[in-house]
Design a binder for this molecule. Structure first.
Ligand code: FES
Length: 267
């Protein structure tokens, strides 16, 4: 049998034989995620203008404590330490944030974009060792499945918010009546995109059927697995669309609450 000798040559950071624009994707990921982190952090610390009538910003939902009518347990509790900044968003954002941070797709994307590990496939990285995810802090990535359990609960909360977004108080009678406005569509779209992202999660796919040895003998699990697999094929697209839309939904509710834009009501 003929022998083939393959020579491996160590190259400097960023060197590659690739002729395509390999750097476009990591740069785009870097800019996209940085923009989201800056906006989300700013919005989470505002602590105001996050609700408008029947709309609640997804960054603040569920509102455990807070000043809006959507708050579950009322205003900020008296025992809240003075030195700790208070915002309803800070109480809950760690859960969906943890889901995204530990997501298999995002890990691959931000390892490349933020610390060049490697910058792209077949492009040299600025280190000689493979660090792996076997020690702190990256060993925490193994928590992904637990964040997924929480994220599933959040999807149902956001579906409920979208439902509430269809019920408007009649100024004349004071009663709630069914209606549709641009904000209703924004919140419904948000729940849909986050559902598509969450139910296409690799861990969710495993949970609903992937763990079985003979999936063909479990028709319900096979159907769920196939649905999740269908979403999973475009997991990256769901990830970006839902990321953009959740920030846009917060901005929309915020601008309405500040009186900068008017929520167009169809009926
Ligand atoms: S793998 Fe992306 S959300 Fe689970």
């Amino acid at each position: 049998m003929a022998e083939t000798n393959i020579l491996f040559e160590r190259r400097g950071f960023g060197q590659t034989s690739r002729k395509d624009l390999w750097w476009v994707q990591p740069v785009s990921v870097f800019l996209g995620l940085s923009a989201f982190i800056v906006y989300a952090t700013w919005a989470a610390f505002q602590g105001e203008y996050y609700a408008f009538g029947n709309y609640l910003s997804p960054f603040y939902s569920p509102e455990i404590f807070g000043s809006s009518p959507h708050s579950i347990f009322g205003p900020k509790p008296d025992w809240w330490p003075m030195i700790v900044p208070f915002s309803p968003a800070l109480l809950i954002l760690w859960a969906p944030g943890g889901m995204r941070f530990t997501c298999y797709y995002y890990r691959g994307a931000y390892y490349k974009a933020f610390w060049a590990d490697p910058p792209a496939c077949s492009v040299s990285e600025p280190r000689k060792k493979y660090w792996g995810e076997n020690r702190l802090p990256l060993i925490m990535q193994n928590l992904h499945r637990y964040f997924m359990y929480l994220a599933v609960i959040f999807v149902f909360i956001l579906i409920y918010d979208a439902w509430k977004g269809l019920w408007f108080v009649n100024a004349a009678t004071g009663e709630e009546q069914f209606g549709l406005a641009v904000g209703s569509i924004v919140l419904a779209m948000n729940a849909t995109l986050l559902g598509g992202y969450t139910f296409g999660c690799h861990s969710f796919r495993h949970l609903v059927g992937g763990f079985k040895n003979q999936l063909s003998k479990a028709p319900v699990q096979r159907t769920l697995y196939n649905c999740s697999s269908c979403l999973n094929r475009r997991h990256k697209n769901w990830a970006w669309a839902s990321l953009f839309w959740v920030a846009f939904s917060d901005l929309y509710v915020r601008l309405c609450a500040m009186g900068i834009i008017t929520d167009l009501r169809f009926f």
